[in-house]
Design a protein around this ligand. Sequence first.
Ligand SMILES: [Zn+2]
Length: 183
Amino acid sequence: MILRSPVQYCRHCGSAVEYRLPDDGDTRVRAVCPACHTIHYENPLNVVGTIPVLPDGRVLLCKRNIQPRLGKWTLPAGFMELNETTSQGAARETDEEAGAQFEIGPLFSLLNVPLIGQVHMYYRAALLSDQFKPGFETMEARLFTEDEIPWDELAFRTVKETLQHYFADRQRGHFELHLIDLA
Ligand SMILES: [Zn+2]
């Protein structure tokens, strides 16, 4: 995941914005339009995805065909869209990136990444088939046993943390929700 570039132009009138404290008593620096006085609030983005697993225990990972982290492996995940729930977004991303057939399960991990203003959520998902039709964002969709997971070739720390907790929970035979704050 990458930092968003700052707001440059006013969404209403197109003037260049200034980053300053607004005049309304707000204590945070915001993008303020000097022409029409619109304040552009910037808030964290949600990234939603799944941990798709076959009954034999193999986990589906996708090799990224896009930046950032081109060529690295990830769980299927992406930015939540407007007008969908977190689980709908996770399912949509799994369909788009892997073309997998699956049933979505319970929320497994919620990871705060305050340094880049993101919250990541991963749902468990039960794969119904070992056949995939990856979309353009994915070079390859592949199943991995726990021993085969390419730990040094994973795209994101949130994916690594989620997979580590997933295998630990599976080993002890009990899954729970993991709330993780990444510094
Ligand atoms: Zn403006």
